[in-house]
Design a protein around this ligand. Structure first.
Ligand SMILES: Cc1cc2nc3c(=O)[nH]c(=O)nc-3n(C[C@H](O)[C@H](O)[C@H](O)COP(=O)(O)O)c2cc1C
Length: 335
């Protein structure tokens, strides 16, 4: 029997296929289906810095002015004694997930700047999360802020979150860094136990009819998995922490390639939204068949065997690849 077990963030998982944060893991009726379909772990949707700050502001306001003086204004605020609001509801959600499945439950915290809100990392862990994923989704548009400043802020934030929790910490990044290798090493030094590569930035679109800017969330396509594949192959054995692949893993073949590049786990959201949680079974079947055909007994045996450190020509992962790729393209009319 092929051994699919893997270690992610120090947690033993029965499979490297993980359901990443999104609407499927945000639906409590899906958790058991994900577990039955073979998920190694689930990552719950993020609790956002904004949600936490908003609640803290509402509380401070109520405490400072009392409810009598500003009765009318406060009627617009959430009822602060009801625990079923914002962050409190999220913590209850984590607790519920922990009680419903036996696979690891990873809670996600989304924010970009160090601050009081990071103590929620501890609350999430106390609610039963087996690990915390810190999602550093950010769009820095201010031209006076340098990339060095942004990166230092991220490192500081990771240090702060690390100091709050005893459970493992993963950091989810966008792909848009000038020198990702350096940042990865610094995040490891700051206490990250793993990197989740990569978040997708959801670019808005312009509607030509209404001349408005509209949010357009498009699910990923399999070719997008080349970006995490490329960077995981480059970071394998450069950092000594877990690497999770996310974006574009739609089938077993995509997952297999990401493991060969060096991923410890492969996460998927879009494919599960398209095909349902049971799609994990299809992915796993492909992986088992592929491994059996090539006489691999375990994922551990093949992981990273196609990473930059392990291929005969590491230049395929570097700039030389740019030249080769551009010159290998043959327009249809020249073929
Ligand atoms: C509707 C939707 C909601 C998402 N919510 C979150 C979230 O709360 N936190 C997070 O870190 N990622 C979130 N993601 C990103 C996914 O976890 C994943 O990284 C991304 O979709 C790329 O993977 P995929 O190609 O398998 O979809 C969301 C994605 C979608 C489509």
């Amino acid at each position: 029997m092929t051994d699919l077990t893997t270690i992610y963030l120090g947690l033993p998982l029965r499979s490297p296929l993980v359901a990443s944060a999104g609407p499927i893991t945000g639906d409590s009726t899906m958790w058991q289906r994900l577990e039955e379909a073979g998920a190694g772990a689930i990552v719950l949707p993020s609790l956002f810095e904004e949600e936490i700050e908003q609640e803290a502001e509402s509380r401070a306001f109520a405490e400072e002015f009392g409810t009598d003086m500003f009765g009318e204004a406060l009627s617009y605020l959430p009822d602060l004694d009801v625990p079923d609001v914002g962050p409190a509801r999220h913590l209850a959600f984590v607790e519920k997930a922990r009680s419903k499945v036996s696979i690891p439950v990873i809670a996600s915290l989304n924010g970009t700047s160090p601050g009081g809100w990071v103590r929620y990392a501890k609350h999430l862990a106390d609610a039963g999360a087996d690990a915390i994923e810190l999602n550093l989704y950010d769009v820095v548009v201010d031209p006076t802020i340098s990339s060095a400043e942004v990166e230092s802020r991220y490192v500081e934030l990771v240090e702060e979150v690390r100091a709050e929790i005893a459970v493992p910490l993963a950091v989810k990044l966008s792909p848009w860094f000038t020198a990702l290798g350096n940042l990865a090493v610094r995040l490891q030094a700051a206490g990250a136990d793993g990197l989740v590569l990569f978040n997708r930035l959801y670019q808005p679109d312009i509607d030509l009819e209404t001349l408005t800017v509209v949010p357009r969330l498009a699910l990923s396509t399999p070719t997008e998995s080349r970006l995490p594949l490329h960077w995981i192959a480059n970071l394998h054995r450069v950092v000594d922490i877990s690497l999770a692949a996310t974006t574009g893993a739609h089938d077993g073949a995509d997952a297999m390639k990401l493991l060969l590049a060096g991923a410890d786990v492969v996460m998927t959201t879009s494919a599960l939204l398209r095909h349902g949680p049971e799609h994990l079974r299809v992915m796993e079947r492909f992986m088992r068949d592929w491994m059996t055909e090539r006489e691999y007994d375990s994922v551990a045996e093949l992981r990273g065997s196609m990473s930059r450190k392990n291929v005969p020509d590491p230049q395929v992962y570097e700039r030389a690849n740019y030249y080769q790729v551009l010159h290998s393209y043959r327009p249809k009319h020249h073929r």
